[in-house]
Design a protein around this ligand. Structure first.
Ligand code: TRP
Length: 339
């Protein structure tokens, strides 16, 4: 997300969805949460929703589902999302999404779903494992996932959809579906993905991209002791302290830049050039992270202890969102002729 170009964004509607799966980690914070909150400050209108029915494609444990919905909501609120400025709601609270999803399915070529990467990856894995039924493990929710996502986006006339690279294709599918509908009725706004560049890859503890699937993450709200322990576990090379080091290729420095002030970044850059011990860099990183995360961590715990408050905020968001959703569906129903 390039929040440095507010001019481009001023008159735009920005919308994104977050699947309630897994505990949020530093990679989510740096790559998605922080830039989206910054973006919200400059956009005309920002919507952020919890994509619970997308999570249902893989999450079939109701306890987990419920807990993760609260976790996601509390995470974003604790990180500074202001529900008075950003429309925050739960996807399943908006019945219009599912109505639009069906209508859009009737304009979506099945071939486009065959080519969607998440579905293709499962099929490919089945082929490689020699599974006879190539669609084994694919429910219809997984298969039609991009249609539901198109409904999420098109229902709210979104211009820009901040997402990770892995979701770019889905936004492009939404755009294609909108085009097909417009070919006949000319009524839907065409969305575009907004992909973060600089911060697209947040390094994890082993230097690879921070990802749940690599088991190299730092959970966002671990207590300070554990945070320090994890930062100290970051892999580094065996160059001696006095050897000059290149900040541009240093995972620790990349992360430091996300948490430290300009001055601190400049100072550490100088230390790199002069030669610095990795232990010192880790200590500096831990301190910068702790300074930024201590307060959100406290608010997060407070919110999670008060689910009624989260329920209320989500209900208020849904009420406002449904005003927009209702108007779009009225337009769509009339356009397709069911009204
Ligand atoms: N598929 C997205 C993800 O896995 C979540 C999502 C659902 C979404 N609907 C959306 C993102 C609409 C942007 C817009 O991360």
């Amino acid at each position: 997300v390039d929040a440095k170009t507010p001019a481009k964004i001023k008159s735009k509607t920005v919308l994104t969805g977050v699947k309630p799966t897994g505990t949020p980690h530093i990679g989510n914070y740096v790559g998605a949460i922080k830039p989206a909150i910054a973006l919200a400050a400059s956009a005309d209108k920002t919507l952020l929703f919890i994509a619970d029915y997308h999570a249902l494609t893989t999450e079939h444990d109701p306890k987990q589902m419920r807990a993760q919905i609260y976790e996601v909501a509390a995470t974003w609120l604790a990180c500074g999302l202001d529900p008075n400025k950003v429309l925050l709601y739960r996807q399943s609270d908006i019945p219009e999404v599912f109505e639009l999803s069906w209508a859009l399915a009737c304009f979506t070529p099945k071939g486009a779903m065959n080519r969607a990467h998440a579905y293709k990856a499962i099929v490919q894995a089945n082929i490689e494992k020699g599974v006879e039924e190539v669609d084994a493990g694919v429910n219809m929710g997984v298969f039609t996932y991009p249609v539901l996502m198109a409904a999420d986006i098109l229902l709210f006339d979104a211009d820009l959809v901040p997402v990770g690279k892995d979701q770019q294709q889905h936004v492009e599918i939404a755009r294609d579906v909108a085009s097909s509908v417009n070919h006949l009725y000319g009524d839907l706004r065409l969305p575009a993905p907004l992909i973060g560049e600089e911060t697209a890859i947040v390094p994890g503890l082993d230097g690879r991209k921070m990802s749940k699937s690599y088991d190299n993450t730092i959970p966002l709200f671990v207590d300070s002791k554990r945070l320090r322990k994890l930062v100290m576990r970051f892999v580094t090379d065996s160059s001696p302290p006095e050897a000059p080091k290149d900040p541009a290729t240093s995972s620790l420095f990349m992360l430091y830049k996300e948490f430290a002030t300009e001055e601190e970044i400049g100072a550490l850059r100088k230390r790199y050039e002069e030669g610095v011990a990795w232990g010192h860099v880790k200590e500096a990183l831990y301190e910068a992270m702790e300074r930024r995360l201590a307060e959100p961590r406290r608010v997060y715990a407070e919110l999670l202890a008060d689910e009624a408050r989260i329920d209320k905020l989500l209900a208020e968001g849904a009420e406002k969102a449904r005003v927009i959703a209702g108007a779009t569906m009225k337009r769509v129903r009339e356009a397709i002729g069911v009204r």
